[in-house]
Design a protein around this ligand. Structure first.
Ligand SMILES: Nc1ncnc2c1ncn2[C@@H]1O[C@H](COP(=O)(O)OP(=O)(O)OP(=O)(O)O)[C@@H](O)[C@H]1O
Length: 601
């Protein structure tokens, strides 16, 4: 499946204004190290001067040899030559070292800025961006910027200073011959700008497609188990091949156009040499210049072609880096959709009183998901949320935790509007146990402390005991110090779930969110988890999303949601007596269970 994209002016490197902005911004990362950068530039100028002196020494030596000087003069030329070569080495070596350090520091800052900024963005942003594409920004795009910083800038800066210094020396020797050299240079510039116009957008396109390829690979590899179960390996591979082929075609086109600058510049450099020999030779015959001057000029003009062709051969790299930078900057410019207000205050310690007052909400403008939701949960009460799939149960939780902002109405916790307080301070008082237990690579203790950094070892052990996880943790080779591979892949589903319950206990929350934490485990483990959950719920206002209604029979209030509206509310018994939506839902689940046991539908 290949998505077609609208062109985005900020990513179209053909857009000169955007391109200039991006280059400026990229350089601003290096400008932070302006003192080291100034030293590197001074050394580069030294390198270029030393490089310009070499051909003039050759010219002087030619004049001495052709009879206008002594052997002693030739010895002086040799000494100067050695000194100049030494200066060339010192300046070249140290300028490169300085620039390499600056480049790595700049890249380090950019990469950290990018990841840190991603951490500040709201969930809505991640809904729109596949994780694989974000990974591509962090790896592919920063890689090409790395090449630009560590290789491109060095080459280009060094080449530019060399071209300037050599041109000055050439003008001093003979302005007319310099003009001839530059006729060839104008030819080179014309070729390169034409190539840039074509290859720039092509490189931009290639990186975008590469991001899509990464997104596809990431998603399919994560779902490999399902792919095998449904025998979709072949179609998955075909899907990958199709996008990959597209990337290869676009990449080949971009590379071809960019690389075609190399033969073109070589031809122009040779033409320039022939022109100089013919015109310079005629000038010597007419007595306008000396042979030594022409030799120096030929040396200078060939020295100028190398940096010039280097500037052009770096062009592809630079274009690629600018395209990468524009995508990175686009993420850096992304504003969090849910932001703390200017006057946001930290949420005081809450007792757990929750009010939804005529709340409307939409993920996407124009598609209202929750309509006029109103309810009041007193501290310590257990609220069950049930309803058909897609009814809006998880959405109620998403807005209570302020992952998204609501359209109208208000949500208050302890009579404080949640959009008037700092998000962190609100979430620090809410714990969640989700259907899919998510753990991070690290020790069991690290995972428990993830909920509250300052929790002591004793508190974590105590939480594990209450959650019923202590026994299996102690049965692990290194107890609480056992390392969990790849998000706990070395534990069973039930064990992982018990750890997430213990983690929620460590948080000491006032509000608790449980999303049917027992749906994927056997009856014995379910009992263990239920016990853990009951401990966890003690004294906390709890919201339980239930898919199996038996898990919320004990709730103080059950909200029945259908198509984003609360259609019924009450205790289990009250709702059963009503014989309405809940009753039908309950009976259909009950009948389903019965037929599963008896085999009669
Ligand atoms: N991130 C999102 N972006 C856009 N729409 C969304 C998003 N998440 C959910 N929706 C839509 O909002 C509606 C309610 O979804 P929600 O996840 O709240 O349902 P649910 O009752 O929790 O369902 P389930 O029982 O299947 O988990 C659905 O129509 C869904 O398609």
């Amino acid at each position: 499946m290949i998505r077609t994209k609208k062109s985005d002016p900020m990513t179209n490197v053909g857009d000169l204004k955007a391109m200039k902005e991006n280059i400026k911004r990229l350089f601003s990362y290096m400008a932070t190290y302006r003192y080291r950068l100034s030293c590197a530039i001074i050394l580069m100028i030294g390198f270029s001067i030393a490089m310009g002196i070499l051909p003039t020494l050759m010219g002087t030596a030619t004049d001495i040899i052709t009879g206008k000087g002594s052997l002693e003069q030739l010895q002086y030329v040799l000494i100067f030559f050695i000194l100049d070569a030494a200066a060339l080495w010192v300046c070249g070596h140290f300028s490169q070292r300085l620039l390499s350090d600056i480049s790595q520091d700049a890249l380090y800052t950019l990469r950290n800025d990018l990841f840190t900024h991603m951490q500040t963005l709201s969930l809505g942003f991640f809904d729109r961006q596949p994780i694989g594409e974000l990974m591509s920004r962090l790896s592919n795009d920063t890689d090409v910027i790395d090449q630009f910083f560590s290789n491109g800038i060095q080459q280009v800066l060094q080449s530019v200073t060399t071209v300037i210094i050599l041109t000055i020396i050439m003008i001093i020797i003979d302005p007319f011959l310099t003009l001839l050299v530059y006729l060839a240079v104008i030819g080179l510039l014309w070729i390169s700008t034409t190539i840039a116009r074509i290859s720039g957008p092509a490189f931009d396109n290639m990186q975008e497609e590469l991001g899509e390829l990464n997104g596809y690979a990431e998603e399919r590899l994560a779902g490999q188990k399902i792919s095998i179960a449904y025998q979709q390996e072949e179609s998955t591979a075909k899907g990958f091949l199709s996008i990959s082929e597209h990337v290869a075609r676009i990449g080949a086109k971009a590379e071809f156009v960019a690389l075609s600058s190399v033969p073109a510049t070589t031809i122009m450099a040779n033409l320039q040499m022939i022109l100089l020999l013919v015109v310079g030779g005629a000038m010597i015959i007419d007595g306008d210049i000396q042979l030594g001057e022409l030799v120096a000029f030929l040396g200078l003009s060939s020295s100028i072609s190398t940096p010039l062709s280097q500037i052009f051969s770096e062009y592809a790299l630079i274009m690629n880096a600018i395209a990468g930078a524009s995508r990175v900057f686009r993420i850096l410019d992304e504003k969090p959709a849910v932001a703390d207000g200017e006057n946001a205050i930290p949420m005081p310690t809450i007792s757990g009183d929750v009010i939804f007052d005529h709340v409307d909400f939409a993920y996407v403008p124009g598609r209202t998901v929750l309509k006029d939701n109103t309810f009041h949960a007193n501290p310590g009460q257990i609220f069950g949320l049930c309803g058909p799939t897609g009814a809006g149960k998880s959405t109620i939780i998403n807005i209570l935790t302020r992952y998204y902002d609501i359209m109208s109405g208000s949500i208050q916790v302890d009579n404080v509007r949640i959009d008037s307080v700092k998000q962190d301070s609100l979430r620090a008082q809410i714990a969640q146990v989700l259907q899919e237990p998510f753990l991070f690579s690290g020790t069991i203790m690290d995972n428990l402390r993830y909920a509250r950094e300052d929790a002591t070892d004793e508190e974590c052990v105590d939480a594990a005991k209450q959650a019923g996880a202590y026994e299996f943790i102690m049965a692990q080779p290194e107890g609480f110090d056992t390392f969990l591979m790849d998000g706990g892949a070395n534990l069973s589903q039930g064990q992982r779930q018990m750890l997430t319950i213990a983690r929620a206990m460590v948080a000491h929350p006032r509000l608790l969110i449980l999303d049917e934490a027992t749906s994927n485990v056997d009856t014995r483990t379910e009992k263990l988890i239920q016990n853990g959950l009951l401990h966890l719920q003690e004294g906390k206002t709890s919201f339980i999303i239930a898919h199996r209604l038996s898990t919320i029979r004990h709730a103080d209030c059950i909200l029945v949601i259908n198509e984003g509206e609360i259609v019924e509310r009450g205790t289990h018994n009250e709702l059963m007596k009503k014989k309405g939506f809940y009753f039908n839902l309950y009976m259909s689940q009950f009948r389903g269970k019965l037929s599963a046991v008896t085999g009669v539908s």
